[in-house]
Design a protein around this ligand. Structure first.
Ligand SMILES: [Mg+2]
Ligand SMILES: [Zn+2]
Length: 180
């Protein structure tokens, strides 16, 4: 069964610029292309993103789709294949089933694409991105880009922290190689 890396979008692959409404606002984190290119040799790649700006009415669902389409398209041009993008458009107080760290989209990916979740990883700049993996027995890696520095002290002591997506990718590849 294939294993996957579930990537947060804002603050992880692209800079966190608030609720992005147009592709021109998307700025890739330096080294993200190479990091994902290496990761995809061993892992199926997904993007999972909470976009509460939709529920707040700050951006539309179409805005979010356009930005996601741009990110996926730019990555594709660089030879990086994102298998699917999952978006939660809700507010936390809505009590929806799909907001991270709830594992809804992980289960959905597992079902749709036969992903081995305990062998999979999540990467993100918020404690929820790490909890997300833990909720299915996978492993989360916390990055210090985006909001990472702001929430660092909220992490459990055993959380793996890396400076950015590049270092996170190296770590994931090494750990997965060590476990055969
Ligand atoms: Mg983020
Ligand atoms: Zn949701």
């Amino acid at each position: 069964m294939p294993k996957a890396v579930f990537l947060d979008r804002d603050g992880t692959i692209i800079e966190d610029g608030g609720h992005l409404s147009t592709p021109s606002q998307a700025v890739f984190i330096p080294g993200a292309f190479d990091a994902l290119k290496r990761l995809q040799e061993e892992f199926v790649l997904f993007i999972v993103t909470n976009q509460s700006g939709i529920a707040k009415g700050e951006i539309t669902e179409e805005d979010a789709e356009r930005v996601n389409g741009y990110v996926v398209g730019r990555l594709a041009e660089a030879g990086v294949h994102i298998r699917d993008v999952f978006v939660c458009p809700h507010l936390r107080e809505d009590g929806c089933p799909c907001i991270k760290p709830k594992p809804h989209f992980l289960h959905r990916a597992a079902e749709q694409y036969q992903i081995d979740l305990p062998a999979s990883f999540t990467v993100g700049d918020h404690p929820h991105d790490v909890e997300f993996a833990r909720n299915v027995g996978g492993r989360g890696v916390y990055v210090l880009t985006g909001h990472g520095p702001n929430h660092r002290n909220e992490l459990l002591p055993d959380v793996v922290i890396k400076p950015d997506i590049c270092a996170a990718a190296e770590y994931i590849l090494k750990v997965s190689a060590d476990h055969g």
